[in-house]
Write a protein that binds this ligand. Structure first.
Ligand code: MSP
Length: 655
């Protein structure tokens, strides 16, 4: 097969479970795969997870876990979600996959050898949650991140840089010669304006970090890990098996389209093509930047408690209801607001009233008036031509809309036909025809036309809502394999086909009741996720930075005793030190301590403290110190001298 198509979703951060916003892009990508497959393409679809970086490392630490163990759990949930949604991906690439890590090192080395990567020093404002560096000019008010609005911090560090500035002219030429490289067009205008005209997007790019270590090591400098974008973007190549014997690079690279959210377009249309140019690899044909799903016009966030997860929608209303809503309600290139009431309304009007009703009345009438047999008697009237013309022309509209990923328009065209067909029922009034024996052939012709239109609908909706498509075909008794071109012809159902009455495909919902049900389910999931995390936190809350294991014999070597502070004097040669005169059982001795800034002489005099008495004596600023007192220090450098719970004789041994 020589028609190849490569499509990708971004690789998602597994810092938390994915919500409906992430689901949106994956569902859209899956729909394109199914659509292209039906059009005879050999399609490769990549998704995956972006697992390195400071944010993940910090999140894992919060739970007392190693980063890999932490992401493993979330990745398992993500895969479960895609399975529940029947997402037909070909590769799920994890940036921690060994083969990918090797690719990243090879790519980094190659760019370094070519002189496209050099070592320098980075100063910038870093936003940890977004893993992005910003220049001062790019920041929002109060040094906040222009993407997420959170506070950034100024960082200096040694870093490797990619010579992005060298690629400015070739990038501009790319956009000029390929006006469809960035879609929708308004995103391209935004990009060029923001990053090229101000020049900010084309400063050399910092591509390594030395302040954390959860990442792929720079092959020739293990103090550094490869900073996230070279690592993340090259996943699109690793997913095709780059660097393995089974590489599909020749077959599928360059990508036909990368679907990405609007905030990461710039990485895909500036940095990614420049890296590929430096590697002498062909460039992706298109980057499509979709809008965001907001919640009641606000950004979804767990801290605001307004996150919508897909799981409750799937369990209450099914996969197809969710897919249909996502692809129909929002225009792919623009932002849209999720609202559960809108979801219910769509379900009721489009799926239950329009489509569900058309199927159930068609199958019922064929069962009732002709024992379930579909037969064409060819007794046509003008109104039939109108329906037939529309039925075979919708496919054109769908194809045109899908060329530009206008999912919503494609579905709107299909629903125009569905609504037209419902009107055809009202116009032809089969129940009246059934009363008159002379109209029998006309009646069967009308019923045939209804079944035939539904057959065409079942093909057109197949890439969007496959389960429903198959259910329609089952109820119509169609045994033939589904084939895209069959939507272009009217009259393919064979005479004698027997319908199979089935369940109502989308029952009408009582909106108020359902909203309550949904909210309860979504909140329960949110709570259970928070609780699961809490208990994970508790069960994994091991001590951090614990020292090497010792045995009881090691402990036996230490002689720790209770000591009474007899006197506190200033160190003669050091302003910050005290000399403590101690009584330890029968012996008196002195130790030097740096606790002057914390305790006054009065606070210490007369106290019982703990002292390691068999530590080799040393001189501190000319004064001998025989032993060391014990104290506790927390991460904020708060100090407290160790003592015993009750008063006990000095000289007592710690055992
Ligand atoms: N790991 C990077 C992508 C690397 S691609 C080489 C990343 N991950 S992410 O998990 O933060 O976001 C992944 C995608 O989810 C982005 O395209 C982002 O726009 C999308 N979405 C996150 N929230 C969204 C909505 N509320 N609505 C729609 N898409 C949203 O960025």
């Amino acid at each position: 097969m020589d028609k190849k198509f490569y499509i990708t979703t971004p690789i998602y951060y597994p810092s938390d479970n994915l919500h409906i916003g992430h689901t949106y892009c994956t569902v859209a990508t899956d729909c394109v795969k199914r659509f292209k497959k039906m059009q005879g393409y050999d399609v490769f679809f990549t998704t995956g997870t972006d697992e390195h970086g400071q944010k993940i490392q910090e999140k894992a630490k919060e739970f007392g876990m190693e980063p890999k163990a932490y992401v493993d759990k979330i990745v398992a949930n993500i895969k479960k979600l895609w399975e529940a949604l029947d997402i037909d991906y070909d590769a799920f690439i994890r940036s921690t996959d060994e083969v990918h890590e090797k690719n990243v090192q090879r790519i980094f080395q190659k760019l370094y050898d070519k002189g496209d990567i050099y070592k320098g020093e980075y100063e910038g404002y870093y936003c940890t949650p977004c893993e992005a560096f910003w220049t001062e000019a790019q920041l929002g008010e109060g040094h906040t991140c222009p993407d997420c609005g959170r506070e950034t911090h100024l960082t200096h560090e040694e870093s490797y840089f990619f010579r992005l500035s060298n690629y400015k002219d070739r990038l501009l030429e790319l956009y000029e010669k390929n006006p469809e490289f960035i879609e929708p067009a308004f995103r391209k205008n935004e990009m060029v304006k923001n990053f090229f005209e101000t020049g900010e997007g084309l400063e050399d790019l910092s591509v390594s970090r030395s302040t954390f270590d959860w990442g792929v090591k720079v092959p020739f400098d293990d103090k550094h890990v490869v900073y996230v974008w070279i690592d993340a973007l090259s996943c699109y190549l690793s997913a095709l098996g780059l660097g393995t014997e089974n590489s599909k690079m020749d077959e599928f690279w360059p990508a036909d389209v990368h679907f990405v959210g609007k905030e990461i377009i710039r990485f895909h249309v500036i940095i990614w093509p420049a890296i590929l140019m430096a590697l002498d690899l062909p460039l992706p044909k298109k980057v499509f930047g979709h809008g965001w799903i907001l919640f009641d016009n606000d950004k979804m966030s767990k801290s605001k408690g307004n996150v919508i997860y897909p799981e409750p929608i799937i369990s209450l209303y099914g996969v197809d209801a969710l897919k249909y809503f996502l692809l129909r309600e929002f225009s792919f290139g623009s932002d849209g607001s999720f609202n559960i009431e809108k979801f219910m309304q769509r379900l009721n009007s489009d799926l239950a009233n329009d489509l569900g009703n058309l199927l159930s009345r068609t199958v019922s009438m064929i069962s009732k008036y002709n024992d379930g047999i579909i037969e064409d008697k060819n007794v046509s009237e003008d109104v039939d031509d109108n329906l037939k013309d529309m039925a075979v022309s919708v496919v054109d509209e769908v194809e045109k809309a899908m060329e530009h990923y206008h999912f919503s328009n494609a579905l709107e065209s299909i629903w125009k036909l569905i609504r037209r067909t419902n009107k055809y029922v009202d116009e032809t009034e089969p129940w009246k025809l059934a009363k008159d024996e002379n109209s029998r052939d006309r009646l069967l012709t009308v019923l045939y036309n209804l079944a035939e239109t539904l057959r065409i609908v079942s093909i057109l909706i197949h890439p969007f809502i496959e389960n429903t498509s198959l259910e329609i075909r089952k109820q119509l008794g169609i045994k033939a394999d589904i084939n895209w071109d069959d939507s272009k012809v009217f009259g393919l159902i064979e005479d004698g086909t027997l319908v199979e009455k089935g369940n109502v495909i989308f029952p009408r919902l009582d909106i108020n009741e359902e909203i309550e049900k949904f909210n309860a389910e979504n909140e329960a999931l949110l709570k259970s996720r928070i609780n699961a995390k809490k208990s994970e936190e508790t069960s994994n809350s091991k001590l951090q930075d614990i020292k090497e294991e010792v045995t009881i014999d090691d402990l036996e070597k230490l002689d720790i005793r209770v000591a009474k502070v007899l006197e506190v004097i200033d160190h003669p040669n050091a302003d910050k030190l005290y000399v403590l005169k101690l009584k330890i059982g029968t012996e008196e001795r002195q130790i030097v301590t740096n606790l002057k800034s914390k305790y006054s002489k009065e606070e210490l005099t007369g106290k019982k403290i703990l002292v390691l008495v068999n530590l080799k004596p040393i001189k501190l600023r000319g004064v001998e110190s025989v032993g060391m007192l014990l104290a506790a220090e927390d991460e904020n450098k708060e100090i407290s001298i160790a003592s015993t719970l009750e008063d006990i004789k000095d000289g007592a041994k710690i055992c």
